[in-house]
Every structure is written in C-alpha cells, then in structure tokens.
Design a protein around this ligand. Structure first.
Ligand code: IPE
Ligand code: IPE
Ligand code: MG
Length: 254
C-alpha cells in the first residue's frame, strides 16, 4: 500500500529560487531559554544548543549564496538579565569564536559586528577583534553579529556623529538626508536586510534595525532557535520569495 512520505529535504531546497535570494538576511534568534525550560534544563544549555543553529544557518546561507547574514546575538537590553546568565553568554561567545574561527576561514566567511563592542568584556573583545582581523579578506559571505546592539543606540550614536560633523563645518544641515543617516549608522556599509526572521513565536522587533527594516519582509516562526535548522531556513526563504514587494506602488506597477 502506498503511504504518504514527508517531503524529503531536497525538495524544499529545490523550491528555493537561487536567482531571487535575499542578499541580506537578518535573524532575531529567540527562544533558547524556553527551549531549555521545556526540557527542564538550565537556560544556559539553551544558549549552547543555540550555537549549533548558528553554525547550521551560517553554513546553509553561505552555501545558498546569501551575501550577508546578521544575527541578533546580544541586545543592549540583555545586560538586564541575571548576571550569571550574562556571564555565561559572554563566556559562550568567547569559546564559540575561538572554536569556529577556523571554520569561518575555511568557508571564506568574513566575521563582522554591529553594536558597541568596546563595552563587552575584555576577553570577548579580544577574541572578536582577532577573528575579524583573520577573516577580513574573506568574500563569500559576511556574518555580522549584533553584539551590545540596539537600533535606538545606533540612531543616537549616528545623530551625535552627524552633529559633530556639522559643528566642525564638514557637513551642511541641509545636506542631511536619508543617505547621510544610513551611512552614519553602524550598519552603514551593509545593504538593508530584505528578510527578517524571528523565531520562538514572538511578534516584535525588540529594538532591532528600526531604520534598516523600513521595507524589510518579516517572517515569524514558532520554532525555538535551537531547533531552527536548514529546512527552517529554506522555508523562510521560500515564503519570502512568494511575496510581492511593492515599496508603496501598486501591484500593477511592479
Ligand atoms: C535568545 O533566547 C538569546 C538571547 C536573547 C541572548 P532567549 O534567551 O531570549 O530565550 P527565551 O526568549 O527566554 O526563550
Ligand atoms: C531579542 O530577544 C534580542 C536577541 C535575540 C539578542 P529578547 O529575548 O531579548 O527579546 P524580548 O525581551 O523578548 O523582546
Ligand atoms: Mg527571548
């Protein structure tokens, strides 16, 4: 008797249109804590399993041909978590970079950051700087970690930067336009993400890329971040590719 088999993974991949890939995918990786809680494990274990997803998603995105992958890793507001958890996340960051830098290099992936990284613990900063320096010339994909990042923080630092340039006489007030603001942001040399993914069934932006996502497509999934795998990424991209991006125009104009 014939039975209906679940769709093999290759058929999901075959639905991805390689010609219409988002150039930049940004992800709010959420649900590590709840994933752990569901298994009666400490939250930190959730973060550790979350690293596996980072590895899988970065590799899958690079293989597909995505050029920029930004991962919201630690927000400005995350400092308000219990100090033990903050410490554990920072230590995980150090260990992960140390362990993965060779793989990044092998896969020709450049590591970058957005956010106020100078306020990170010294060992994390050192590890990050070394990894960024080592992978500086890689050009297959940029893996951008948002660390001690929040969009409002970025807008404030951009406003200060612009004000200083005006004060020094380098910039005319009337020359301030969207391009000047975009370029003053930490994300200044990144294209705007076409696709934003948030895991764990939360439907909010949590102070992430408020400016850059003005016309981004949002994809929400109930999957907790530690369970977000290759297939989940394909699904998000397939969903994105079915959308019509109108940028204020009518459907007929597209
Ligand atoms: C995302 O998972 C990781 C970080 C924000 C650092 P959470 O730790 O927010 O997991 P939940 O939302 O509590 O389940
Ligand atoms: C957003 O997740 C920040 C990161 C993924 C790093 P949170 O779990 O901190 O967001 P809220 O608090 O639920 O909005
Ligand atoms: Mg969360």
């Amino acid at each position: 008797m014939l039975s209906i088999q679940p769709m093999p993974s290759s058929s999901l991949l075959s639905q991805v249109d390689k010609e219409k890939l988002p150039k930049h995918i940004a992800i709010i990786m959420d649900g590590n804590g709840r994933w752990a809680k569901k298994r009666a494990l400490p939250r930190v274990v959730g973060h550790e399993y979350g690293v596996k997803s980072v590895r899988t998603v970065a590799e899958t995105a690079a293989k597909l041909g995505v050029k920029f992958l930004t991962l919201y890793t630690f927000s400005t507001e995350n400092w308000n978590r219990p100090q033990l958890e903050v410490k554990a996340i920072m230590s995980l960051l150090v260990r992960t970079i140390r362990k993965e830098v060779a793989t990044l290099q092998k896969n020709n992936i450049r590591l970058r950051t957005i956010g106020d990284i100078n306020a990170l613990p010294a060992d994390a900063l050192k590890e990050l700087k070394e990894a960024m320096e080592l992978t500086r010339n890689n050009d297959r994909m940029d893996l951008v970690l948002a660390l001690n990042y929040s969009a409002r923080w970025d807008l404030v630092q951009a406003a200060k930067d612009i004000a200083r340039r005006v004060k020094r006489g380098e910039l005319d007030v009337d020359a301030i336009d969207e391009k000047v603001i975009s370029e003053s942001l930490n994300t200044g040399n990144l294209p705007e993400p076409e696709l934003l993914i948030r895991t764990s069934g939360e439907y909010r932006i949590s102070n992430f890329m408020l400016w850059e996502l003005a016309y981004g497509e949002f994809y929400f999934t109930d999957v907790y971040w530690p369970e977000f795998d290759q297939e989940a990424l394909y699904k998000a991209i397939i969903d994105y590719q079915k959308r019509e991006r109108r940028f204020g125009k009518t459907s007929e104009q597209i």
